[in-house]
Design a protein around this ligand. Structure first.
Ligand SMILES: [Fe+2]
Length: 487
């Protein structure tokens, strides 16, 4: 009898081993991310010719062009309006009000020009419009006489933990037909403010006077969006424009003339890094190409800014930068490592919800991971799951002339949840203080197709919900193509 039992047990051992192996394989692989094999259509990565209608100049003598707006204060009650007049300075005034064609208020701006090699810019006007009401549509007019032009924008709701708001995220845009496709998809998204993660015009791909010309064309290219809703812009490497061969050695010169920021409102000493609060979000903008190691102004500022974040007022803590600190693409691999070393422990300490970056011309999303226990002698050097860490999202796929970064490192690291080399943009729709819908749209798809989507649970307000919803979140993470209505 015992012999029979032993024999039976013996025959079960291979079965047990097989089942164990299958289970082991399954358990290990459910953590693996997805490298999409989508085959995409793609226009050539060349800039749209200057005589194309997307760059058309407005009619009229000295008509304002390249109109773009950004938040003008810390909390969203001010706007900075920027435009260029080509022929002469003209008026610095913005007329504005809450009724169409009826402007009860005026604000006076300033005007400047600059030279870059032999190029001289148009007259760049910058006007701060302040003391706006929250949640209000404002109409505004710039320019004079027959050349005057009218636009509008909507102010955000007042700072409130449950204020809903929809941000769009665009990176590495440029001015190609792929860039145009991104803009057209973005317009359909219903997002209210653009978070631009750097590399705007790619004018630095040109030489001499053509660089300034391509900054101008880019300004006209994006105006159909940038005149109507604020863009929160970040510097990328293509904004540096350190060009000794032209005797142009002041970094960010053209960018800084054209893209002012409300940096003083967050006590920053430099327009390249700053913070704003908008609706229920606290947004921190970092400069990947300015000093950030310990004791530098950016480091000191960020240390202070994190202490000002009040998750009871602004539950959503979002960081935007250009160079991603988690990136498994061979393009720009490890370039964000020095910033990771400088800032990652704060991201975890302050429970940042999400970090958006660009630079890599592809899309990638991480799980919540950190590598803060690494030190140079400890031997621990691999990112590990960390529920206090942000989700890292690279969305440098706006469509510039450098083309897609299609070579991902193989195998896909455990921390990488989803990656694909396609053009597109993201949206983050904050619903209330506890959750937001995140959505990545591939340009090849219709506007409602979520190539990657998930519910982002707030890091501060979801502590008690976390355990209960763990299983559901886990599913969202491993099924990136899940439609929102299925969540
Ligand atoms: Fe870049």
């Amino acid at each position: 009898m015992n012999n029979l039992k032993d024999k039976k047990m013996g025959s079960m051992i291979p079965e047990f081993l097989l089942i164990s192996c299958v289970l082991f394989f399954f358990l290990n692989n459910v953590y693996a991310g997805v490298t999409s094999t989508f085959i995409r259509s793609e226009w050539p990565s060349v800039d749209i010719p200057l005589d194309n209608e997307v760059f058309v100049k407005p009619n009229g003598h000295n008509a304002p062009e390249q109109v773009h707006i950004t938040q003008g204060d810390y909390d969203g009650k001010a706007m900075i309006i920027i435009w260029v007049t080509p022929d002469e300075p003209g008026s610095n005034q913005v007329k504005y009000g809450t009724s169409e064609n009826k402007y009860d208020f005026t604000a006076e701006g300033t005007v400047k020009t600059y030279t870059f090699y032999n190029y001289t810019s148009g007259y760049i006007h910058v006007c701060h419009v302040e003391n706006l009401e929250y949640d209000t549509k404002y109409y505004y007019e710039i320019g004079e006489g027959d050349s005057a032009r009218q636009f509008w924008f909507q102010t955000p709701p007042k700072i409130d933990p449950n204020a809903s708001y929809k941000f769009g995220i665009i990176g590495d845009l440029g001015q190609t037909f792929n860039s145009l496709s991104t803009l057209e998809h973005y317009i359909q998204s219903g997002a209210q403010t653009v978070l631009h993660v750097g590399d705007l015009s790619y004018a630095d791909r040109y030489k001499y006077d053509d660089m300034g010309v391509r900054w101008d064309s880019y300004g006209r290219f994006v105006e159909k969006i940038s005149a109507y809703q604020p863009w929160i812009w970040t510097t990328g490497n293509h904004e540096i424009e350190y060009m000794p061969y032209m005797n142009e050695v002041v970094p960010f010169k053209q960018y800084l003339y054209r893209y002012p920021t409300p940096y003083t409102a967050s006590k920053s000493s430099n327009p390249l890094w700053y913070a704003i609060r908008r609706a229920s979000a606290h947004i921190i903008v970092l400069s990947s190409y300015s000093p950030f190691v310990k004791y530098t102004p950016q480091w000191e500022w960020l240390k202070e800014e994190f202490t000002k974040v009040d998750r009871k007022q602004t539950p959503w803590l979002i960081v935007i930068m250009h160079s991603p600190i988690y990136n498994s693409n061979s393009a720009h691999y490890m370039e964000g490592e020095s910033m990771r070393v400088a800032f990652e422990s704060w991201f975890v300490q302050y429970k940042v919800d999400v970090v958006f970056a660009g630079h890599v011309h592809a899309y990638e999303r991480s799980y919540r991971i950190s590598n803060i226990h690494y030190n140079i002698t400890g031997g621990v050097s691999y990112p590990v799951p960390d529920k206090s860490a942000p989700v890292y999202i690279t969305v440098g796929d706006g469509g510039n002339q450098e083309g897609l970064a299609s070579r991902f490192n193989d195998p896909q690291p455990d921390y990488s949840a989803f990656r694909e080399a396609s053009y597109g943009h993201s949206t983050l729709e904050i619903m209330n203080k506890t959750h937001a819908f995140y959505h990545w749209n591939r340009n090849d798809d219709g506007k409602k197709v979520a190539t990657d989507s998930f519910v982002l649970h707030n890091q501060y307000w979801n502590k008690s919900l976390r355990r209960r919803k763990l299983k559901k979140n886990y599913l969202h993470n491993i099924v990136p193509t899940l439609e929102l209505n299925q969540l």
